[in-house]
Design a protein around this ligand. Structure first.
Ligand code: ADE
Length: 385
């Protein structure tokens, strides 16, 4: 190719042919042996692609295997309780993906007689499936000639084409989708797309790409122009938000109170200890806050009984400091119906493993499980003579 300003070159058909040939040969020899690569079942490929969104391959593998063992097909998933789906998803994060997967399985059962659809429009109309996921499922499963664009291919394609614009802008994305479409070979689009992702993920890594091992280095505009470290242009740094929350561990004998998070809450569908955003600093104010917020959330009158543990956790753009406090029940204000209506229930500490919990909820539950099952001793000053 003649020397042109980086990022402006049009890629000839010879360049495209060479790219697909090199990638396909390399993929045949170097593809990692991943469980979703043993199948052409659209259902299994769909589950893998949803799990792989924002999650590393190594994390996904055991989740994928457990999920497929329990829900081997669309009908089994559609018939399951959301509680069980969320339980198998616990720890993967972004729980909306699991709820949408479940909703999509129900839609496939009602609209497509339980068969995963094979047309791009039908696939894209399922909850939780956008252009990338639809293209990945149908190209990998059926070799349909559809492009894909996700984090790894965004990096690889912007380097290959020496694209110096903002890959997160609308214009940048549009341009990269066009490239992803233009480079598709006539056949073997599934292997080609997977090869792009594989090179992007194991060779063309963000910080120290292994250019010397790259099968397409000879075709790479960024490498030729010594721009590899500058492309893709760094994203604007995220504005993290620090939040402080309180979780309340209310005990009754060997049970604790759990509450199911409502739609719209951060952990919707999951169970958690009654939790709220902290306001103010002083401890007395905190005790009053705990009593008031627990009454509002679950209709129980409690007295705060001291700190249990403080945990730090990052989720999306939030950096959460969670102070877990213990509390005792003073009285139930209404009937036990109030508890049920508020989505709360008493759960034996030994049965906490059956509930899908938030990451911090699970950490607290492990700590509770590792204690004696007897309630904690009160401080000496409060002991009866
Ligand atoms: N990331 C997203 N989809 C993937 C796939 N099918 N294989 C490897 N990494 C991926």
């Amino acid at each position: 190719m003649k020397d042109r300003k980086p990022g402006t070159e049009k890629h000839s058909s010879a360049w495209r042919r060479s790219l697909s040939k090199k990638l396909l040969v390399w993929f045949q020899q170097h593809a990692r042996d991943l469980p979703w690569r043993q199948t052409r079942d659209l259902y299994a490929i769909w589950i893998s692609e949803i799990m792989l969104q924002q999650t590393q391959v190594a994390t996904v593998v055991p989740y994928f295997q457990r999920f497929l063992a329990r829900f081997p097909d669309v009908k089994t998933l559609a018939a399951a309780d959301e509680h069980e789906v969320l339980k198998l998803w616990e720890g993967l994060g972004y729980y909306r993906r699991a709820r949408q997967l479940h909703a999509a399985a129900r839609k496939i059962t009602s609209d497509h007689r339980g068969q995963f659809p094979t047309s791009i429009d039908a696939v894209r109309s399922l909850p939780g499936i956008g252009r990338y996921t639809a293209g990945a499922i149908l190209s990998i499963g059926l070799d349909q000639r559809l492009p894909i664009l996700e984090a790894n291919t965004i990096r690889l394609l912007s380097r290959l084409t020496a694209y110096r614009g903002d890959v997160n802008s609308g214009a940048g994305r549009q341009r990269l989708w066009k490239i992803a479409e233009a480079i598709l070979p006539k056949h073997e689009c599934g292997a080609f797309n997977q090869a792009l992702m594989e090179v992007g993920s194991v060779i063309c890594t963000p910080r120290s790409p292994a250019c010397s091992e790259c099968p397409v280095v000879a075709l790479c505009g960024a490498h030729r122009n010594q721009l590899v470290v500058k492309i893709p242009r760094p994203a604007k740094s995220k504005n993290y938000e620090n939040v402080t929350e309180i979780a309340v561990i209310i005990r009754r004998g060997i049970s604790v109170l759990l509450r199911q998070c409502r739609p719209g809450e951060r952990w919707a569908g999951l169970w958690d200890f009654p939790r709220f955003a902290a306001a103010g600093e002083s401890n007395t104010a905190l005790d009053r806050q705990i009593a008031k917020r627990v009454r509002d959330l679950v209709g129980l009158s409690v007295v705060a009984n001291g700190p249990f543990v403080t945990l730090k956790h990052g989720v999306t753009r939030f950096r959460i400091t969670l102070h877990a406090y213990e509390a005792e029940v003073k009285s139930t204000i209404g009937s036990s119906g109030d508890l049920t209506r508020s989505g709360a229930r008493w759960v034996k500490i030994g049965a906490l493993a059956d509930y899908p919990l938030s990451v911090t909820g699970r950490k607290i539950s492990r700590l509770l499980l590792s204690e004696d099952f007897t309630p904690r001793k009160r401080p000496a000053s409060a002991a009866q003579p």
